[in-house]
Design a protein around this ligand. Structure first.
Ligand code: NAP
Length: 183
């Protein structure tokens, strides 16, 4: 039987808890000073055996790569949760849909005992946390507020602070997910 992986949601957020503005812009993030090899970054990504992301996040990555001229950056198997099968079909990713329980076994098998990196967005991370599948949240908090946008974790959960680091402009907070919060 495949060993259960550690499942980590590693992302950046504004101080008021948004992943992106309402137009999916990450301009507020890209202008920040940070060390890509520092806390909250590549150590978690390099340790991952598989990645999971929502369709909007995937679309943003593809558009960003097209603008920068870079190739697909992730060597790991990458799963994109989407209804847009023909639109998003690509050799770089595997498309899945339905509830997490429908496709999670594929992710676990692909991770092959290594960690799973949940790239985002927030609803996907919440769905996984709601199913008890999300173990940790590692969030780099930027010195920006947006007032509105795409939320980091749009549901009620209890977490426990494990560690805090600094990466230049960011506070990097590392939490264990305890479970749903009643109410
Ligand atoms: N700050 C950061 O570090 C960071 C990290 C990650 C993402 N982001 C940004 O944050 C924003 C995230 O936005 P978001 O949370 O709205 O988007 P998301 O999770 O990336 O994508 C949402 C989309 O995923 C698909 N989806 C989700 N659950 C599904 C299911 N069960 N079955 C089938 N399809 C499903 C749906 O697309 P379809 O129905 O159209 O297929 C849905 O509209 C994006 O702009 C992204 O670029 C920022």
């Amino acid at each position: 039987m495949t060993e259960r992986p550690r499942v980590r949601y590693v992302t950046a957020t504004t101080l008021d808890g948004f992943l992106a503005d309402e137009h999916d812009s990450l301009d507020w993030l890209l202008e920040q000073d940070h060390d890509p090899r520092g806390p909250g970054g590549h150590e978690h990504m390099d340790g991952a055996g598989a990645l999971v992301m929502g369709a909007t996040t995937y679309r943003w990555v593809v558009d960003h790569l097209a603008r920068s001229g870079e190739g697909w950056p992730y060597p790991q198997p990458t799963f994109v949760v989407t209804h847009r099968t023909p639109d998003l079909a690509s050799t770089s990713v595997r498309l899945v849909q339905g509830t997490p329980t429908d496709w999670w076994p594929q992710v676990v098998a692909a991770a092959d005992g290594r960690d799973v990196w949940v790239v985002g967005g927030g609803a996907l991370a919440s769905d996984l946390a709601g199913e008890g599948l999300l173990d940790e949240v590692i969030v780099s908090i930027a010195p920006v507020t947006l007032g509105s946008g795409k939320p980091l974790l749009p549901a009620r959960f209890d977490l426990r602070l494990r560690d805090v680091d600094r990466n230049r402009a960011f506070v990097v907070a590392h939490y264990d997910v305890l479970g749903r919060r009643a109410g």
